[in-house]
Design a protein. Structure first.
Length: 123
């Protein structure tokens, strides 16, 4: 009984505007940043290295910033996510790409593939 109630509550918070993406895909996440009383959007573009499914789904995006690796974990139901765009898809054979943390430069490249993903975004 309580499981049904929890599922109904979680169904209300589920986002349907996110595109289909997985590990190895490069995405651009528009994040809402609040500075004082103003709000602006900041882009965070990188490779998806992991994706956690379920009621509290999240995904981890990794990018290189001035030679330093930066990872950010985004909950899918978060209000700070404004828009997620799929930039490119890559062929990978793993679900979690944690090995990219130890690679630099050309060694960290992934082979691109052409996939047809519908890009969904909030307006």
């Amino acid at each position: 009984m309580t499981n049904l109630i929890i599922e109904k509550l979680l169904a209300k918070t589920q986002r349907t505007d996110l595109p289909k993406f997985g590990a190895g895909d490069t995405i651009r996440v528009q994040v809402k940043i609040k500075e004082g009383d103003k709000e602006r959007l900041q882009a965070f573009e990188g490779v998806v290295i992991s994706r956690n499914r379920g009621p509290q789904a999240s995904f981890t995006v990794r990018k290189m910033s001035f030679g330093q690796g930066v990872e950010r974990i985004f909950p899918e139901s978060s209000r700070v996510l404004d828009k997620v765009e799929l930039v490119r898809s890559s062929k990978v054979r793993r679900a979690k790409l944690y090995y990219l943390r130890g690679l630099r430069g050309k060694a960290a490249r992934l082979k691109d593939v052409d996939r047809e993903h519908p890009s969904a975004a909030t307006t």
